[in-house]
Design a protein around this ligand. Structure first.
Ligand code: NAD
Ligand code: TYD
Length: 366
């Protein structure tokens, strides 16, 4: 079986793509981009609409005749098989996942089931369908993963594609497992795969359980800003639309069997980032400088909290020419403005199941 990464002979152009998790944060940006950049492409979005998935994220594309939404679970092999029969996909872009580390600490099995078994189900159906149709050479299974599979860095160094896997949380362990299963299908069955591992994303439509939208929401509402431990953990932040652009480049030009780290060399300590958000949000709301600083509340640290993530994206840059398009200041300002202008979205996504989870896990921390 072919196992050495190899370039496509020319940029790929697909007929129909199955995108999983398209109603979530990154998936919705990716679908919007694919419809903009691929005029002939049919896009089928398979999403279970968990608490993190919201069709409002894609309201602007739902009437596009090239776009179809299907509510369903990636673990449902029968459903996925019937979608392959109906739409004759030549590409899968797999983003569906349980994605939040804190939730994975509370509910580890849900992460193992969706992220490992769900990925394995998709791989198996794709292998069968593409083998029967004899189209492995033209097809692509693209698995979207995270830099968290590499574990935690000390003060120095960056994650590269050859950094050994060392996941620490149930979330990162489940994503690491799914990466291994994807590679196993490539090496064992010749499934044409590509994987990318990205750093922390931020931008519009991100569910407010993650640091940046949670803090923006709480600064607006003047609620406590819970900082885990001493706030000295470091994350490497990338604007979601730059991630979507990288995914598009890898989808069309990525080498089969290859792995691409995606990141913007943009490291921030959590405490410094929260101060930056306070500055931007308070200024936009016409509050005095430093008005919301007193909301900062140091809370019990996350169990097994990874200290530092930082990505070396030079392989992606040199092989496919991708670089981030915005500075952090620009991306963060744009992001804050989006949340301030879309408070109805915030109300809608937090009014259901999540409200109960939030009340139980976060509301009274301090
Ligand atoms: P998200 O939680 O916002 O969205 C996940 C989507 O998957 C939701 O729409 C949800 O309804 C759907 N989903 C969950 N379980 C499903 C199932 N069993 N069947 C079908 N659909 C299901 O996540 P996100 O932040 O957009 O992340 C998308 C992908 O990118 C994930 O695979 C994640 O691991 C990866 N990633 C995320 C980040 C980040 O910073 N957010 C960074 C690197 C990689
Ligand atoms: P998060 O957005 O959950 O992403 P990840 O855990 O995948 O990196 O968290 C980013 C960082 O912010 C992480 O170090 C944990 C920290 N954090 C807080 O300090 N307080 C919070 O309320 C949250 C959600 C995260």
């Amino acid at each position: 079986m072919e196992s050495t990464p190899h370039a496509p002979s020319s940029p790929r152009s697909f007929h129909a793509i199955l995108v999983t998790g398209g109603a979530g944060f990154i998936g919705s940006h990716v679908i919007r981009r694919l419809l903009q950049t691929h005029a002939e492409l049919k896009v089928v979005n398979l999403d279970a609409l968990t608490y993190a998935g919201n069709l409002a994220n894609l309201a602007d594309v739902e009437s596009d005749p090239r776009y179809t939404f299907v509510k369903g679970d990636i673990r449902d092999a029968e459903l996925v098989g019937s979608l392959f029969d109906t739409h004759r996909f030549d590409a899968v872009l797999h983003l569906a996942a349980e994605s939040h580390v804190d939730r994975s600490i509370a509910y580890p099995l849900a992460f193992l089931e969706t992220n490992i078994l769900g990925t394995a189900t998709l791989l198996n159906v794709a292998k069968q369908a593409w083998t029967e149709r004899g189209c492995m050479d033209e097809a692509l299974f693209y698995h979207v993963s995270t830099d968290e599979v590499y574990g935690s860095l000390g003060d120095e160094g960056l994650f590269s594609e050859t950094t050994p896997y060392d996941p620490r949380s149930p979330y990162s362990a489940s994503k690491a497992s799914s990466d291994h299963v994807v590679r196993a299908y490539h090496h064992t069955y010749g499934l044409p795969v590509v994987i990318s591992n990205c750093s922390n994303n931020y931008g519009s439509h991100q569910f407010p359980e993650k640091l940046i939208p949670l803090m923006i929401r709480n600064i607006v509402d003047q609620r406590p800003l819970p900082i885990y431990g001493e706030g000295i953990n470091v994350r490497d932040w990338l604007w979601v639309e730059d991630h979507a652009a990288a995914i598009d480049a890898i989808l069309t030009q990525g080498w089969v069997g290859d792995t691409y780290n995606i990141g913007g060399l943009n490291e921030w300590r959590n405490i410094d980032l929260v101060h930056k958000l306070i500055e931007i949000v308070d200024a936009h709301l016409g509050r005095a400088e430093g008005h919301s600083k007193s909301l900062i509340t140091f809370v019990k640290d996350r169990a097994g909290h990874d200290m530092r993530y930082a990505i070396d994206a030079s392989h992606l840059e040199s092989r496919l020419g991708w670089t981030p398009s915005v500075t952090f200041e620009e991306g963060l300002t744009h992001t804050v403005e989006w949340y301030l202008n879309n408070q109805a979205w915030m109300e809608e996504v937090t009014s259901g199941d999540y409200q109960q989870y939030y009340e139980a896990h976060y509301a009274n921390r301090g």
